[in-house]
Design a protein around this ligand. Structure first.
Ligand code: ADP
Length: 468
């Protein structure tokens, strides 16, 4: 059932119930009023009849009958009929119990079908107790009541039809902006993702919805553009070394070369291939870290050991690089050195920062400082190198971004993007501070106590994560 039908039905149901309640109340109250009025008339009839009979000795015919099927019966205290006035058909069936209940203050009322009767008590001049029962049909009153019932019922039905139609029109009108939104949303696809929904001048929930959807579209568009530029950047980065290699091969093949010349050419080719492998590995790691379903093998890792390993790996590849590792303070207990993470990813992140520090410093030196704090470890990777300009700082974590000033130094621009993602995956943070010509510091904070760590330490089992 769609919202329009549901709204219409709800509206009809609500109004129908209210009108029905009102109708039934009017009918009931009118019936009460009619009954009271008729009782009053029957009482007056009873007293008038007995007074006339006592004063005049008989009841004049002109006074009868005003009430349809009117009958007045006078009983003595023991319930014996003394006098019967009016209708000659069998008397209204009065029980001894009914007569017993009649008191001076409290007249009795009874109704059998359409016939109604009132019993009153009268003390005559001789002090005798007389019980007078006046009965009859309230033909006019009941006819009016029937008519009222018909009017109320048809009025109720009519109001249902009117409410149904107006409810449907109202729901259609209220939902028109939703239908418009749906049409607009359906018109947006990958080719026109820049399009936005018109919010209108209203400040209602639907305008909020349109605005929220537009925000979502903006985020999607950004991701889309980033994805597109990522692919074109990656293709470019792969094509450049391939073109260089092709050129080198073609030049080498132009004429016969000596063994030494071939060795030089092969070394140059090998360098290009190694650079390509580094790039492809970086891309693969970035894709893995950015994937929606990252399956990480979390286990306890000692930060100091990871840093020493990263340092020795870099120095073994680039012996002219110098990396100092200093502890600002010593941890209170060994457990403070341990974080829960994926060793290979953290290793990659630390290597990137160490390598950058050396690579972008004329003296190829950098240092890592470790500070232990309650619940976290702070690592500062600093160098006294070329530094990064403020305008570049905003972009260095974007994939393939390389600052103009360092273009002459080899690199692909994906190391920092990958490092940032790895730190995010470990619930840490990374900040950069740099001054051109003076040097750069990357500050990383990693949590050492987390619910994940407690769980891993408790069970002793490595954990897999399917989130992030
Ligand atoms: P790559 O080093 O391969 O170019 P990165 O993603 O590691 O890629 O770094 C992106 C850019 O950030 C670098 O091209 C460089 O301009 C700048 N950068 C990173 N680290 C430093 C640093 N320690 N000193 C100066 N510039 C840096």
């Amino acid at each position: 059932m769609n919202i329009r039908t549901r709204l219409t039905l709800l509206f009809v149901l609500l109004v129908a119930s209210i009108v029905l309640l009102f109708t039934v109340s009017v009918y009931y109250l009118y019936d009460q009023f009619r009954e009271q009025e008729f009782q009053q008339r029957l009482q007056e009839k009873a007293f008038t009849t007995i007074r006339l009979r006592e004063d005049v000795g008989e009841v004049p015919q002109a006074d009868l009958p005003v009430i349809t099927n009117e009958q007045v019966t006078v009983y003595n205290k023991r319930g014996v009929v003394l006098f019967n006035q009016g209708n000659q058909r069998p008397r209204f069936p009065v029980t001894p119990d009914f007569l017993r209940k009649i008191t001076l203050r409290q007249p009795q009322y009874i109704r059998i079908g359409d016939l109604e009767a009132v019993g009153v008590l009268h003390l005559n001049s001789r002090g005798e107790v007389l019980l007078i029962v006046a009965s009859g049909n309230d033909r006019y009153g009941l006819t009016k009541l029937d008519r009222l019932r018909e009017i109320l019922f048809s009025g109720w039905l009519l109001s249902l039809i009117i409410v149904g139609i107006s409810g449907y029109l109202f729901a259609t009108d209220a939902l028109r902006p939703v239908a418009e939104l749906i049409t607009q949303v359906n018109a947006i696809s990958a080719t026109n993702i820049h399009q936005r929904l018109s919010v209108g001048r209203q400040r209602d929930e639907l305008a909020d919805l349109a605005r929220t959807f537009n925000d979502l579209l903006t985020r999607l568009e950004e991701a889309f553009v980033l994805q597109k530029s990522f692919v074109s950047h990656a293709s470019h980065e792969l094509r450049t070394p391939l073109t260089v290699m092709m050129g080198q091969i073609e030049v080498t093949r132009l004429q016969a070369r000596t063994t030494e010349e071939y060795e030089v050419a092969f070394d140059a080719l090998l360098d290009e291939v190694k650079s390509m492998i580094r790039l492809v590995n970086g891309l693969l790691e970035l894709a893995r870290a950015n994937s929606d379903i990252v399956t990480l093998n979390y286990q306890p890792v000692r930060i100091d050991e990871l840093l020493w390993q990263a340092q020795s790996l870099i120095v073994s590849k680039k012996p002219d690089y110098e990396i100092d590792i200093d502890f600002d303070n010593l941890p209170v207990q060994e457990e403070d050195l341990v974080i829960i993470g994926e060793e290979s990813l953290l290793q990659t992140a630390f290597q990137n920062l160490m390598e950058n520090g050396c690579k972008y410093s004329p003296d190829n030196r950098m240092s890592v400082r470790i500070l232990f704090m309650p619940g976290k470890i702070k690592l500062t990777f600093s160098d006294h190198g070329y530094g990064i300009s403020q305008s570049d700082i905003a972009h260095i974590f974007e994939p393939f971004y390389r600052s103009e000033s360092t273009m002459t130094i080899t690199g692909h621009g994906i190391g920092l993007a990958l490092t940032q993602r790895i730190i995010e995956l470990h619930h840490g943070s990374i900040e950069v501070e740099s001054t051109l010509g003076e040097g750069t510091s990357f500050r990383i904070t990693l949590p050492t106590s987390s619910p994940l760590k407690k769980q891993v330490l408790l069970t002793g089992e490595p954990m897999s994560s399917n989130s992030q």
